[in-house]
Design a protein. Structure first.
Lengths: 151, 473
């Protein structure tokens, strides 16, 4: 097996908003890394303690829509629970409807004294949104997801 | 390549992008055009591919890269054969600006500026995830969605005259609160009466220049006067409504066989259930935003009354800059009902339009152009050029030229604050890091942007106001 160096995510230049590309050796991993990139745009993850766990269940007919739902669901949780997160575990399975996602999210309630926000992410846009498989070496593909966030 | 039509009009020809139905038109100076990224021009071209678009896909002089429409994008669609798209409105539905004029002079207010800003910062919740001081019931939330600022005034926030001085009287018709999801309600309920974060602000200002005495008098403005500007929108409720409907409309695109160059331009033909549902929910979010600005205005008045017992803070005007609306415009000599989308653009109706409050109708509506933090804002007056050229639309702000990441690399939030303090501007913010993102230097100078719309007679310069104190998220 060839070991490929892979950055979990990187931020790309965008004048008004935040754009990132996340990678993963599996679909699950690219979903997890996309969530880390999104939260990383808001807050330094090292300031977030893993005190509580939340779960997300969603399904969709397409992988793209599934990723959109997953990220939007995390933003929803952030706002209604007033919590920040730094750990994401995703399980995916193919279902009758297409794809089913079960996510476990670790984090804690916002503490204004310790949590300094970099920016507020308003929403996940569909602009240039894509998730795809890229062949790096034979038999060793990686998944990439590109997302623009409205901030 | 762009074709020059006029000193301040540049055309994006059909063919710039596959599927363009009409040309694009960017209203801009050569100097400002040099700062517009190629991606922004592509976004103008993308909008030109949407079915039923009338005349041109337009962009204002503050145009910059967005998602779906460019920021500063304007497009109108025929009721018959056209579409409605959340890509032409954005997530922060009815993000907008209002200005209150006081009867106070800057020299009277200056000694109290720190107290005022501290109280405003304390009394009006702001920042990421901020919850309001209000605890509204589900019924009151419905009222905010369906009746906007009119509900807020009835609930004791402000006076009936405020409504007269709001675009759409602070209440967009056609709102359907039953098209608002439970998630959007859950986000919206605790946030009514909050400013939010990012570029949103509440600013105490001084009128430092009058360009047109007659128009200034009509708007109740004079040199040295203190004004207050409130810039915010529909908060999490609006963000969630857009998120929900974007998914519905993405399916509608496949159902109705529409080809799109950008998924964020997801849309539905007018008259379909998907389009009706989005319009009803979008209007509900717009009303929530008007209720929000109305509540914040009432609290601002309370703060001023603490220090100036007899102070009057009258609403000059309130404008939306992210919204889609049904308006009547003249197309090829005949009147047509159009769905006008303004994404980072302000309505700028000229003299005589019935939508303008009686007090301003003979001159045109006030157009409020907020500056970036620490830079001047402008009051303009909608004019005839807007009715002829842009479906009654003008620019909405300065337009970003530096990315947020770059801004944070270049400036430290504390330095930005110190710089403003040295210039005598009192700033309070929940996060110093976010101050760096909004440093004055990351925006185009708004005077150049405003000059373009003035030259084109889209909106005429009335007054310039400069900040005395700012409260930010």
């Amino acid at each position: 097996m060839i070991y490929i160096k892979m950055k979990p995510f990187e931020y790309l230049e965008h004048t008004a908003d935040v754009k990132f590309r996340a990678r993963g050796r599996s679909l699950e991993e690219v979903f997890e890394n996309a969530a880390l990139a999104m939260l990383g745009a808001m807050i330094d993850p090292s300031t977030v303690r893993l005190d509580e766990t939340w779960t997300v269940e969603t399904e969709s007919e397409s992988l793209e829509d599934l990723l959109y739902r997953w990220l939007s669901e995390i933003l929803y949780l952030f706002e209604v629970e007033l919590a920040v997160f730094s750990k994401f575990e995703v399980a995916l399975e193919e279902s009758e409807a297409g794809w089913r996602l079960s996510g476990r999210i670790g984090g804690e309630r916002v503490d204004p004294k310790r949590h300094l926000f970099e920016t507020e992410v308003k929403a996940v846009t569909l602009h240039q949104f894509e998730i795809k498989r890229e062949a790096v070496e034979e038999g060793d593909d990686i998944w990439t997801a590109q997302v623009v966030l409205d901030v | 390549m762009l074709n020059r039509v006029d000193d301040y009009i540049f055309e994006v020809p059909v063919g710039h992008q596959k599927g363009m139905l009409v040309p694009g038109r960017i209203f801009i100076s050569e100097k400002l055009l040099a700062q517009v990224e190629p991606g922004t021009i592509d976004q103008v071209a993308n909008v030109a591919t949407l079915p039923g678009i009338v005349n041109y896909s337009m962009a204002m002089p503050d145009a910059h890269l967005g998602y779906g429409f460019p920021i500063g994008g304007v497009a109108a669609f025929r009721e018959d054969g056209g579409v409605i798209s959340p890509g032409g409105v954005g997530f922060d539905i009815n993000c907008g600006v209002r200005m209150l004029r006081t009867d106070l002079r800057a020299d009277e207010v200056a000694p109290m500026i720190s107290n005022l800003v501290e109280d405003l910062f304390h009394d009006i919740p702001s920042g990421v995830g901020a919850k309001g001081r209000l605890r509204v019931s589900e019924h009151e939330l419905d009222e905010a969605f369906t009746r906007g600022a009119a509900w807020a005034v009835e609930a004791g926030f402000g006076v009936p005259e405020d409504l007269e001085h709001c675009e759409e009287n602070g209440q967009l018709q056609g709102a359907k609160s039953d098209q608002v999801s439970l998630k959007a309600r859950k986000r919206g309920r605790p946030q009514l009466g909050t400013l939010g974060s990012g570029n949103h602000f509440l600013e105490i200002q001084r009128v430092d220049r009058i360009f047109d005495e007659r128009l200034a008098e009509q708007f109740g403005l004079f040199e040295g006067q203190v004004t207050v500007m409130i810039h915010c929108g529909s908060r999490g409720a609006g963000h969630q409504i857009c998120t929900d409907h974007l998914q519905v409309l993405s399916k509608a695109v496949r159902k109705y066989g529409i080809e799109l160059p950008d998924k964020q331009l997801a849309c539905a033909p007018l008259g379909t259930p998907e389009a009706d549902s989005y319009f009803g929910a979008m209007a509900a979010a717009a009303n929530y935003a008007w209720a929000n600005r109305q509540i914040i205005s009432a609290w601002t008045r309370e703060v001023f009354e603490r220090y100036f017992a007899d102070a009057r803070l009258d609403l000059v005007y309130d404008v939306a800059h992210n919204v889609a609306k049904v308006e009547e415009h003249s197309v090829d000599g005949s009147k047509e009902r159009l769905y006008v989308h303004r994404k980072g653009a302000t309505r700028a109706f000229g003299p005589g339009r019935p939508e303008i409050p009686a007090a301003y109708r003979e001159v045109g509506q006030p157009v409020l152009i907020p500056g970036s933090m620490g830079t001047p804002s402008y009051v303009l007056c909608g004019s005839r050029g807007a009715m002829r050229l842009t479906f009654g639309s003008a620019c909405h702000g300065a337009g970003r030229i530096m990315s947020r990441t770059q801004a944070k690399k270049t400036y430290a939030g504390t330095e930005v604050r110190d710089g403003l303090t040295r210039r005598g501007i009192k700033v309070m913010a929940t996060s110093p890091k976010m101050l760096a993102e909004e440093a004055p230097e990351v925006y185009k100078p708004s005077d150049e942007v405003v000059d373009v719309v003035h030259h084109l007679d889209i909106a005429r310069k009335v007054a310039r106001v400069v900040p005395l104190g700012v409260s930010k998220g």
